[in-house]
Design a protein around this ligand. Structure first.
Ligand code: PEP
Ligand code: MN
Length: 353
């Protein structure tokens, strides 16, 4: 069930409805929109007893939700979610595309600084690099862990870029929270429900990648896990799914972008790097992603991809990243969007969350 408040409802009236929901043993999730606030209700096992909610002051409508997901749904919030990063003009969602770029793994100070410079020059607002890597082989490079997080925090100071990095378990999530601006949950963990719930209790926004065989509904339900714990700042990423084809690493399912946008208010980005696995295909699919209406791009960039400790084959070169940004900007215009040309950090204090 969800409660739609009148456009004229006061904060006190919203509060009173939330309290009534709590008194019914349920959890209210007030999501303010441009026009009005809607309140999602979770914690019920079956039908929610109305408990006089429809008659409370400020309530416009009580709607029964028939879909399995509630908080991610556009029924709850008509306009798209825009995630903001305090003290900066960085956003995810809304008119401007969010571009996240960086190496698959943070490998050394020299490497991450060299790549951060390329990413910042290109105009991206987010640096994405892995400190904890979920690798297919236990013998493959697993990431530098906290040392990488420290380097990422230094990059943030030096370039202003907001930091996105993956947490692979509750322990690494607690560390990522200390150093980064956004927590990535990778494809392999999209259905790690205890990790999703833990991310839902974090103050940082969550970047949730689609599992390699996840349906649209499974992806939305994973986001619902995060939101159900009270964290409403979630962005989704299409990164390709497993199919029979072998000319690419995964099959980038661009049709999920408009499908998500129809059902959900959450932003959805596209990752053409994992989506293709091949450097020479990344730019083409990035162009297609912008054209299809994606809310942003995640791309792997490396200045020496042949020496990369992970995903070198799909990492684009510095000049390709510059080209990608120009092409994205040109296509964005056609679809009524724009591409960032750098990040503005308000003050030194603004650099701290
Ligand atoms: C990554 O982003 O580097 C990564 C491991 O991606 P995915 O979880 O999509 O495989
Ligand atoms: Mn990678």
């Amino acid at each position: 069930m969800l409660i739609v408040m009148k456009a004229t409802a006061t904060p006190e009236q919203v509060d009173a409805v939330c309290k009534r929901i709590e008194s019914l043993g349920l959890r209210p999730h007030p999501l303010p929109g441009a026009e009005r606030t809607a309140i999602g209700i979770t914690g019920n096992r079956g039908m929610v007893e109305q408990g006089g909610l429809a008659e409370m002051p400020g309530v416009q409508e009580v709607i029964r939700v028939t879909k399995p997901y509630k908080l991610v749904s556009r029924d709850l919030k008509e306009e798209g979610t825009v995630i903001r990063f305090a003290g900066t003009d960085a956003t995810i969602g809304g008119k401007r595309l969010a571009v996240m770029a960086g190496p698959c793994s943070v490998e050394s100070r020299d490497q991450i600084f060299a790549i951060a410079e390329i990413v910042a020059k290109g105009g991206a607002q987010f640096l994405r690099g892995g400190a904890y890597k979920p690798r297919t082989s236990p013998y493959a490079f697993q990431g530098l862990g906290e040392e990488a997080l420290q380097l990422l925090a230094e990059v943030r100071e030096a370039f202003g870029l907001r930091i996105v990095t993956e947490a692979i378990d509750n322990e690494s999530l607690a560390l990522v929270e200390q150093y980064a601006d956004m927590i990535q949950i990778g494809a392999r963990n999209m259905q790690n429900y205890s990790l999703l719930k833990r991310a839902g209790r974090s103050k940082l926004p969550v970047l949730l990648k689609r599992g390699m065989s996840a349906t649209l509904e499974e992806l939305l339900m994973a986001a619902e896990y995060v939101m159900s714990e009270g964290n409403y700042n979630v962005a989704l990423v299409e990164r390709g799914v497993r199919t029979f084809v072998d000319h690419t690493r995964n099959t980038l399912d661009l049709s999920i972008v408009p499908a998500v946008q129809k059902l959900s208010h959450l932003p959805i980005l596209v990752d053409p790097s994992h989506g293709t696995g091949k450097r020479d295909k990344v730019l083409a699919l990035a162009r297609a992603a912008v054209a299809v209406g994606a809310d942003g791009l995640m791309v792997e960039v490396h200045h020496q991809p042949d020496q990369a400790l992970s995903d070198g084959a799909q990492s684009i070169l510095p000049e390709q990243f510059a080209q990608l940004m120009d092409e994205a900007a040109a296509i964005a215009k056609v679809v009524g969007r724009e591409v960032s040309r750098g990040i503005k950090v308000e003050s030194a204090a603004g650099a701290a969350r």
